[in-house]
Design a protein. Structure first.
Length: 97
């Protein structure tokens, strides 16, 4: 589907930049890409916690956004790098897009 900045259904450029920066940070910190599925699960748990803290304890919305960006970054790594612990899925999945 074509992407247009003017299309308000499309992700905002600032959102995509934040996710791209997070992917880069994650690749520098964990370059091997081991345990990406577990990392995605961990980040999902963290966004859930941030949402609960936001809703019940007045926690900062910035934490929700930061954790959601990390979820998206892990998903992108899985799209592009695969999940090496699952045989046959360690290829560069992103090349198939
Ligand atoms: Mg996190």
């Amino acid at each position: 589907m074509p992407y247009k900045e003017s299309d308000n259904r499309a992700p905002r450029d600032a959102t995509m930049r934040a996710i791209a920066e997070e992917v880069e940070i994650a690749r520098l910190k964990f370059p091997t890409g081991k345990h990406l599925l577990a990392a995605l699960g961990e980040e999902f748990g963290e966004v859930c916690r941030a949402l609960l803290e936001f809703h019940y304890e007045g926690g900062p919305r910035e934490n929700v956004i930061a954790e959601a960006v990390q979820v998206a970054a892990m998903a992108i790594r899985i799209i592009e790098e695969g999940v090496m612990e699952y045989p046959g899925n360690e290829a560069q999945c992103g090349n198939e897009l």
